[in-house]
Design a protein around this ligand. Structure first.
Ligand code: PMP
Ligand code: GLU
Length: 397
């Protein structure tokens, strides 16, 4: 048997990617699976961005780029951060990476020593915990309940901070709950963070444009806290560019330099063609982005109506992103006579194998009562998926 490192043996597989792979596997057997597990827009990348990439190929952008990305792309990020978020950064503070996932991994590897603690307001996105564990840090959840809109309070944060706490990682709009922190709520969290030496926060804003409650609020807007904030964002969600792989950080200079050094040893840089296309995304028309946001909002309302019509689904109203995270604990302990639903993973697998609808179990996000359902799917698929789920859930007693 090949002896793999403890690091990889102990690493959890990404459940979002696992469920998507299982769905594809069933699809390849001719089964019509509706994939509501993977969090990605079902839209195509806007035309003007694709055009920019085609031109970049013709213009022979085929070489290694600077590790942090071409200067003019980082300038485009600086422009975007000013335009959309009122934030002032210099291009030296921006590092482009192979997706926001790598951006976060860079930061974790650059800030966390073995034994350091990282706080994850929970439910949290799957990969945060895994990345902290790879860095030999300790991931500690700070639980937020549905009653509290799936948001933690400043008091909870204060109570959770220990002398070895180095980092807090959270997303707003949140994957998986859709929670969106208000400006005041962010300010209160920032006030706690700055009181503690050497404590930093990763503000994952990848769902910025998929927000149904108004203006997006960035954690770095508070001047008193900006030196402690690493803003993470990217093109995947807002511009429907998941496969292109471009994420970025805006950070204090020393952290940006550290991340540049880190990825210089891992990936060299992200794709040159993607980077050229990013200029079109970040400086071009936002109309397609707003059109997608409008469609997502419509689908959210449809999904909530359909789920609320099913027994045993307790939902809150997600204010952003494209997921609902219903409490389905009503079904735990039930059976169809063959399969017993012992936990939410069993329920998610039951829905995949019987209703042919893929979802993700809440345990992957630190919650044992919920499942995550993506509504980044066509309305027809949402309707069909809910009808199938309802039919098969009715068989559980
Ligand atoms: N953060 C959150 C909260 C996410 O849901 C995702 C999933 N795409 C990412 C980061 C990573 O995005 P990407 O690597 O595609 O930029
Ligand atoms: N972020 C998306 C999700 O949560 C894509 C999959 C992944 O990167 O984990 O489903």
């Amino acid at each position: 048997m090949i002896k793999l490192s403890n690091r990889i043996v102990n690493l959890n597989e990404s459940d979002t990617l696992k469920m998507a792979a299982l769905a594809r596997q069933l699809q390849s057997q001719g089964i019509k699976v509706i994939n509501l597990s993977l969090g990605e827009p079902d839209f195509d990348t806007p035309e003007h961005i694709k055009e920019a990439a085609k031109q970049a190929i013709d213009q022979n952008y085929s070489h290694y780029t600077p590790v942090s990305g071409y200067l003019d792309v980082r300038q485009a990020v600086v422009h975007k951060l000013k335009r959309d978020n009122g934030l002032d950064y210099t291009p030296e503070q921006i590092v482009l990476s192979t997706g926001a996932k790598q951006s976060i991994a860079n930061v974790v590897l650059c800030l966390v020593n073995p034994g350091d603690e990282v706080l994850l307001p929970s439910p949290y996105w799957v990969s945060y915990a895994a990345q902290v564990e790879l860095a030999e840090g300790i991931a500690t959840e700070v639980p937020a309940s549905m009653e509290n809109g799936f948001k933690i309070t400043a008091q909870q944060l204060e109570a959770a901070i220990k002398p070895n706490t180095r980092l807090i990682i959270f997303s707003s709009p949140c994957n998986p709950t859709g929670a969106v922190y208000s400006k005041e709520e962010l300010r209160q969290l920032a006030e706690v963070i700055v009181e503690h030496n050497d404590l930093y926060v990763v503000s994952d804003e990848i769902y910025e444009y998929i927000n149904y409650v108004g203006k997006h609020e960035s954690m770095a807007q508070f001047e008193f806290a900006k030196h402690r904030v690493i803003t993470v964002n990217g093109l995947s969600k807002g511009f429907a560019m998941t496969g292109w792989r471009l994420g970025y950080i805006a950070a204090p200079l020393a952290i940006a330099k550290a991340c540049d050094k880190m990825q210089g040893q891992f990936t060299s840089a992200t794709c040159s063609i993607t980077q050229r296309a990013a200029i079109a995304a970040l400086t071009g028309t936002m109309e397609p982005v707003y059109a997608m946001q409008k469609a997502f909002r419509h689908r959210r309302d449809l999904m909530l109506d359909l789920l609320n019509d099913m027994p045993g689904f307790i939902t809150n109203i997600p204010d952003g992103a494209f997921y609902v995270f219903p409490d389905v604990s009503y079904y735990l302990g039930k059976t169809n006579g063959e399969t017993i639903i012992n936990n939410v993973d069993d329920l998610s697998m039951y829905l995949l194998n019987h209703a042919h609808v893929s979802t993700v179990n809440g345990q992957a996000f630190g919650n044992e009562k919920c499942i995550r359902i993506s509504y980044a799917a066509s309305e027809d698929n949402i309707r069909e998926a809910c009808a199938r789920m309802k039919q098969h859930l009715a068989k559980l007693y």
